[in-house]
Design a protein around this ligand. Structure first.
Ligand SMILES: Nc1ncnc2c1ncn2[C@@H]1O[C@H](COP(=O)(O)OP(=O)(O)OP(=O)(O)O)[C@@H](O)[C@H]1O
Length: 355
């Protein structure tokens, strides 16, 4: 009996061992980089460190965990350290210090053989420049990771055929990459990554070369696939809108450091500093904030006969219920009344957006 193509089991986010646990991670490039961490040099700004030592602190003291099946987005401007951070998570780049646990296993302690094993069986990557093999057909490209693993020809084509359908490339098995549009080539990239049934998928700006409409399509595709296959995903982007659409949580980087880690509504509703505030200034708040962010405390004289909504309902989806009710809307969480939302609170968000 062949093993199932994609493990259907979905562990609820936040339950069980983290898929990834990163603690005090540093990556310093440059001469004698290992003398920086743990000394006063580590406190210097990037520019001062470079001036004094010729080193770049690409990743500075970052800690976070990623829950199984979570979509974790790493966002920041060019040069903020996103790629270096994510490469440290598979040791494509060797961290200078800190720990990385992959499902509890110490990645930095893995020898070359174990690392190869992890890269073949546990991880898969999708890059901006699709990295497809130009002289091989779509089906062969999708089957490539299985070939490297030594999966038999019959079995790998069976799986590749299934994945071809999963990523929306039915009918394109025999095409060559250069016969496909950019979006379709990236579907092949996605298919190749999924074919090996990895536990963690890494995406390094996979859609930044695509035009905006195709890009949106591909984001929807990732959301759909995530829903269907329930993989843990680490996704790098410099595009805030992409981060807000895809991320369960977002890590915002600046000059190698983590400025904020939070859910989209936390990043937009409570930016950690002016840098994040500037980033999110143009985001339509009603699309991201939940009514938890606009509710007020319950008062003794509040009528309790109005409709009720969950605290995680997005403001945009609550507008109709709130405005059409004469009584304030009750906000409930875990069966408890946690606040009230009235017309004024909703209109304040909408009006602010239009200014
Ligand atoms: N191999 C390297 N040697 C020296 N410096 C490096 C190396 N790789 C990256 N850097 C430096 O580390 C910093 C972070 O780079 P990184 O590529 O991780 O940022 P990024 O946020 O992914 O940027 P981009 O969005 O442009 O890809 C930059 O200053 C970069 O010049």
């Amino acid at each position: 009996m062949p093993e199932p193509l994609i493990s259907a089991e979905r562990v609820p986010a936040g339950v069980g061992e983290p898929a990834l646990a990163v603690t005090d991670l540093w990556k310093v490039f440059g001469p004698r980089a290992d003398r920086v961490v743990g000394t006063p040099l580590a406190d210097l700004s990037r520019a001062d460190l470079m001036a004094q030592t010729g080193c770049v602190a690409a990743v500075r003291d970052i800690s976070f965990t990623v829950a199984p099946t979570e979509v974790f987005v790493v966002m920041g401007l060019s040069g903020s350290g996103k790629s270096t951070l994510v490469r440290c998570l598979t040791r494509l780049v060797e961290p200078t210090s800190g720990t990385v646990l992959v499902e509890g296993e110490d990645l930095r302690g893995a020898d070359a053989k174990r690392l190869r094993d992890l890269r073949r069986h546990r991880f898969a990557m999708v890059f901006q420049h699709f990295g497809l093999l130009p002289h091989r057909r779509v089906l062969d490209n999708i089957a490539y990771g299985l070939e490297i693993r030594g999966v038999s020809r019959t079995e790998r084509y069976r799986r590749a055929g299934e994945v071809l359908d999963l990523v929306g490339l039915t009918g394109h098995a025999d095409h060559f990459p250069d016969q496909l549009s950019g979006g379709m080539q990236q579907r092949v990239g996605l298919g190749r990554a999924l074919a090996v049934d990895p536990r963690i998928l890494f995406f390094d700006e996979p859609f930044s070369a695509l035009d905006p409409l195709i890009r949106r399509d591909m984001q929807n595709e990732v959301l759909r696939l995530h829903h269907e296959v329930g993989k843990t995903m680490i996704f790098i982007t410099h595009d805030l809108h992409e981060a807000l659409r895809l991320g369960d949580r977002i890590l915002i980087m600046r000059d190698g450091a983590a400025v904020q880690i939070g859910r989209p509504d936390e990043v937009v509703g409570a930016p950690a500093d002016d840098y994040v505030r500037d980033f999110v200034a143009d985001v339509p708040k009603s699309h991201v904030l939940t009514i938890r962010w606009v509710m007020r405390p319950v008062r003794d004289d509040d009528p309790l006969d109005g409709p009720e909504l969950g605290a995680d309902v997005v403001v945009r989806d609550a507008v109709r219920a709130v405005l059409s009710s004469s009584a304030p809307v009750k906000v409930v969480h875990d069966g408890e009344l946690v606040g009230m939302v009235d017309d004024e609170a909703i209109l304040r968000v909408i009006v602010a957006e239009e200014q």
